[in-house]
Design a protein around this ligand. Sequence first.
Ligand code: ARG
Length: 466
Amino acid sequence: MNNKLWAGRFSKELNKVADDFNSSIPFDSRMYSQDIRGSIAHATMLGMQGIITIDEAHTIINELVKIEEDITEGRLEIDMTAEDVHMFVESVLTERIGDTGKKLHTARSRNDQVALDVRLYLKDETDNIIEDICSLIEALTDKADEYKDAIMPGYTHMQRAQPITFGHHLMAYVSMFMRDIERISEASARMMSASPLGSCALAGTTYNTDRQRTADILGFQYPCRNSLDGVSDRDFAIELCAAYSIAMMHISRLSEEIILWSSWEFKFIELDDSFSTGSSIMPQKKNPDMAELARGKTGRVYGDLMTLLTIMKGTPLAYNKDMQEDKEAIFDAVDTLKACLGVFAPMIKTMRPIRENMYAAAQKGFINATDVADYLVGKGLPFRSAYKITGQLVGKCVAEGKVLDNLSLDEYREFSELFDEDLYGFISLESCVSRRTSYGGTSPESVASQIEYAREFLDAFKIDEE
Ligand code: ARG
């Protein structure tokens, strides 16, 4: 005997191997509470429309509430032999309240049900992710505030370029993560605009449903306008996964810097022991494993995005079982991003920047050469001529193993009569940094205003969230 809910037209039971292959419960069971929330909204609407009686709606809703509590509190174990979470919840409901439970699936299909559940799941998790990004921004901003005057070399092509501050460098990541929050919340808002519930299997229904009602109850703005699209659209998952991938790319770039900075070659930072690991053979080792893992896990999330895009590229309208494959990719992307954010905020909070090492590195590499040229420009020389003279001075330093700061005034004057005593103050690292007061630049005041903006952004976001 076939014990499936859809068993009516079959004369044989599903082959065991096929049953296992077909089943999604091992992974979709995590959406039980979203599934129940959707069913409660649906039952409410059925009752209000007179499709089932108000009493029946109450009975169904009360039992669904209990089922949710029972699962959450461990009194009801999810049956891993069920086909999927939707069937599991419905069959427990029917076991408990009998025939009334069988009315829940009126004017609904698993196709609109799953399209809804995945949206509700992603909405909940996206809210958590945004909160986690906020914590990371807070950790970076606090560290930037503490080190907004710590001078380090800024790089282009991985070559020392111009002096910047460590605070300025960290605030660049804050800009990226603020964009991530905007991108992710925009995608989430778009996802929550149109409700698929009530699209039914594909064609809509003959019952007198009120799709705006269920949309309102579940936090959507309106019902989706086309039922075929409603059941088969997974754009929202792709879009969110793309936004998650970009956030992972930012985490990965930061990871790469943390790995470099904690190497003996740089030693700009020291990670806290509680966020570092050792080697089983080399007793001296202290490894930045968290950052390396996050860099590695970025590939998983990109892979999840590619999985979703590839699942969808060849599916004709409307629902196809291929779409069941979306869930593991979505869940993996969510889990991975959350795990990385979870470890990064406290790792940044506890990391110890080493000012003297950053400063010492900034003293090498002629990173104040632009400022020597700017000095000459200030004395009236065109920039290109100033640039050429400075290049020759750097050439002399390289040949003689000197740095720009300790060439004598006579040596400078061999190249231009415009050089004077005030040059040395002008090209000190501190003045190079503090003169870069342009909007967004590296001067401590400019970084302070970037920090102020980030804090306002976080506050505004928290108010929005409430
Ligand atoms: N487990 C399925 C999924 O995740 C639910 C929808 C199944 N619908 C169907 N007609 N087979 O996509």
